[in-house]
Write a protein that binds this ligand. Structure first.
Ligand SMILES: Cc1cc2nc3c(=O)[nH]c(=O)nc-3n(C[C@H](O)[C@H](O)[C@H](O)COP(=O)(O)OP(=O)(O)OC[C@H]3O[C@@H](n4cnc5c(N)ncnc54)[C@H](O)[C@@H]3O)c2cc1C
Length: 488
């Protein structure tokens, strides 16, 4: 049965889900609404790894994504004068910075595929529209064949079937203002959702999918403000992302991190591009920052400037660049943990339902896996939409638990208040780099980790040495019903 489906949010997970739904059932009518007046392309480098890699291959988007990959090979720590203290996150065993091909990088600081968020959003949206065009063309061809066959049938031979093609539309500058669920008058089971848009139109859908990010409004409307607020577990870290024009001295395939006093850190990522990404992180001034998120961008920038003045390294240049940039984005980092991913006929996808936080490096990978499972279960369950949502919830729960594990435990270690803490971190990185701990731990992984844990510097080492993918962890299910063949 074709479904009328509404997806809120044209970020990463929404368009990928639309793509998979369109492939699995050409008759669904799919509408994606986006709050911004056009695609929201802001954001810095994001990672695709692990389960995300076979999914982008199945979507036929691997080459397009790889062609936009950022050339980053690891990270180095710099002091307040910008001098290098040590490198980390480079998987030497796999070839480290000589790496030029996908599939070789480890799960370290730099992932298998690093891409600018805006590039990825463009690719996945274009991918969903491309598959829609193909389905329409196939149907047009099928219709012609059908007409030919019907003509033949009138002559006594031939048989055919006309396929109806559903729509896939993106609508911008649109949000939900309310939604009400209704149930079947006979069975009492969920039957659909009537929504009111910011344009005052009302429409009824069989299924509403909230893919509208970490602060999802769909979640608030479907699960109540109280549940929606309490499901956000802050890591106590705030971040601002933006880009500034590169200087020749920025050109590098290494991310650079400077840890400063008063719980502040600055990171730059350049990847040999003509703009340099700036990341500001802080565990201080949380109250002022939370207030600023409700204000306009100019007011937000003023708060960040005040906090980061005197941070060292190229603080003035970075803060002047912030004042001029057009892609500033700031938020509180945290994880979304809900007891259930659906309520009636509203279901959550990606950051809206299970944001693991950028500190896991898994936000995008998880949202791709979520879209795969949701589309797969809907295809498998056919008319039984409620059964599909229940199964999606069940399949995703153990995966979410695994993905939300924080590798570094208490992140406060990386945000020292005073000079002594900064000195320990800087010298720890320097010593480990000189002692070649990266290589040693790579050679004798098990005993090396034991020794450094006993020495009490485990967190630092975990930061410097790429984490190996766990064996026996959650496996991405196969869904032959999607019609995309087996996963690689
Ligand atoms: C502007 C921005 C910048 C980001 N930058 C980074 C980054 O630098 N590094 C990183 O690791 N992660 C970043 N993220 C998060 C990252 O994109 C996600 O973790 C991951 O890709 C999963 O994507 P998602 O589709 O679930 O959510 P998102 O990528 O957050 O997409 C959500 C989409 O929903 C739209 N939206 C929000 N509210 C509504 C509404 N009420 N109605 C309709 N549409 C709505 C948003 O504009 C956005 O297009 C950023 C997200 C955003 C929105």
């Amino acid at each position: 049965m074709p479904l009328n489906i509404l997806i809120t949010g044209a970020g990463v997970s929404g368009p990928v889900l639309a793509h998979l739904l369109r492939v699995s059932n050409p008759s669904h009518n799919i509408t994606i609404i986006e709050r911004s007046p056009s695609l929201r392309l802001a954001g810095q480098q994001i990672d695709i790894k692990s389960h995300g890699v076979p999914i982008i291959a199945k979507l036929g988007l691997r080459d397009a994504i790889v062609s936009k990959r950022v050339n980053e090979t690891g990270a180095e720590m710099v002091d307040a004068k910008g001098r290098s203290l040590g490198r980390f996150g480079i998987d030497e065993a796999e070839g480290g910075e000589k790496m030029g091909v996908v599939g070789k990088r480890g799960l370290g600081f730099t992932s298998e595929i690093e891409i600018m968020r805006g590039d990825l959003v463009r690719v996945v949206v274009e991918g969903s529209l491309g598959v829609q065009r193909r389905v329409e063309e196939d149907a047009e061809r099928g219709k012609k064949d059908y007409e030919t066959q019907r003509a033949k049938k009138r002559e006594g031979n031939g048989k055919g079937r006309e396929t109806s093609v559903g729509t896939l539309t993106y609508e911008f500058n649109k949000t939900l203002t309310s939604l009400s669920q209704h149930s079947d008058s006979v069975t009492g089971k969920p039957a659909g959702v009537t929504v009111t848009f910011s344009t005052n139109e009302q429409k009824t859908y069989d299924l509403v999918i909230g893919a509208d990010g970490q602060s999802s409004q769909t979640r608030r409307l479907a699960f109540s403000s109280q549940i929606s607020n309490s499901c956000f577990h802050s890591l106590g870290i705030h971040t601002a992302y933006y880009s500034i024009p590169s200087l020749p001295s920025d050109l590098s395939t290494l991310a650079r991190i400077h840890i400063s006093t008063s719980q502040r850190a600055v990171m730059t990522r350049n990847g040999d591009r003509d703009s340099t990404q700036i990341y500001l992180f802080t565990m201080a001034s949380g109250d002022a920052l939370r207030v600023s998120y409700k204000q306009d961008i100019v007011a937000q920038k003023a708060v960040w400037r005040e906090i980061f003045t005197g941070v060292g390294w190229q603080a003035e240049r970075f803060l002047d660049g912030m004042d001029k940039c057009a892609d500033f984005y700031a938020c509180e980092l945290g994880q979304v943990k809900l007891p259930s991913l659906y309520n009636g006929r509203v279901v959550l996808l990606g950051d809206a339902g299970y944001c693991p936080s950028p500190f896991t490096g898994l936000g995008t990978t998880v949202s791709l896996a979520g879209a795969w499972v949701l589309a797969g279960e809907l295809a498998r369950h056919g008319d039984d939409v409620d059964g599909a949502l229940e199964k999606y919830d069940g399949v995703m729960k153990p995966a979410i638990r695994e993905w939300q594990e924080l590798q570094f435990g208490d992140l406060g270690t990386f945000f020292p208040k005073g000079r002594w803490g900064v000195w320990v971190l800087e010298n720890g990185v320097w010593v480990m780099d000189r002692l070649m701990v990266r290589q040693i731990v790579g050679w004798v992984w098990g005993s090396g980790v034991w020794v450094v844990e006993k020495l009490g510097v485990g967190k630092l080492v975990r930061f410097m040495v790429p984490k190996k993918e766990k064996d026996g962890g959650w496996k991405l299910p196969e869904y032959p019903e999607l019609g995309l063949g087996a996963l690689a």
